[in-house]
Unconditional design. Sequence first.
Length: 367
Amino acid sequence: MNITAKVALKMIPDSLATQPIFLCVDDTMVAKAGTRFENVSKLFDHAAHNGSNYLNGHCFVSIMLCIPVWKNDRVSYLSLPLGYRMWQKKESKLELAAFMIRQVMPEFQEKKQVIILCDSWYTKQNLVSIVDEYQNLDLIGNARIDSVMYDPAPAHTGRRGRPAKHGKRLSVETDFAFSNEKIGDYYIGAHRVITNLFGCREIQAYVTATEKEHGTKRLFFSTIFPEDLQIFCACQEKEPLNQTGSDRMKYIPLFLYSFWWNIETSYYEQKTFWSLCSYMVRSCKGIEMLVNLINICYCAMKILPYQDEQFSEYRTKSVQEFRFELSQGIRIQIFFATFVKNIETHIKSNVIIKALKQLIRQQVYYL
């Protein structure tokens, strides 16, 4: 994980060195029909579409690093999964995710703003408490809609007695003033709050609603306030982040949460095109090593177009397209190299050998 993080940080252009980087946290499940795999168990899958909410298999916790790069004169965030850890029932997913973040955080000492992005399953005490361990670490996460929230504590009046720890209790239904129009697909309300989850620390809360009155609502927490963010909004590739006028600046932390979806895209690509689920080794150690080896190959394909200008045209293409083109080139070179070797052995024709070697050099040049 740390080596991938080091390589990724060196890819950030100097002009984007002050931009925040993101650590996305999530877990994914791999179904296994066999019973001889170590640590295989029955898992609850809330996203299952097979008629059952349970599957037999493994669960992996992972973190993904998102770094800013230039793409077509716009700021785009390149997503690189740093690693996977297999979850076992004797440990907590939250503690496993926190362990992985602690392992990689020393690489980010020189970064001013590192932001954890996570869904409501991970926005819990065991993970959010890690924010207090590092000065440059913050968190933006989806939260349970029934999370208890309060107004910040009122100013001390000087009267006798213990000062109030917080103000009145807030409701997502009545205490959030929504935007006049939809931003993207939602109306958005913002409020500074105190929650038991973050102790006495003031945080920014956001509520999104499909409709102002009776629409579906979602709750988000951010430990970083809009005015503290250092981000080039106008140059961003993503919408609505690049459409933040003065009236929308207060919603920027919520817009940044959209980068969390990159980890879901990564899961899809690795499972569909990179055989992440096809392992046949049985031990936990062997499975973890193989899964992380596949992940390293995946990251290498995403990094190479930014490391070598020869492959820069593939920055705008999918990692699968790049892998196909690269493998095609390798196969061609292997074929011609073997062909030349056979000719040298059997035909001994200097003219043919010279022509084929020239053809190989041309193939290398075009690659």
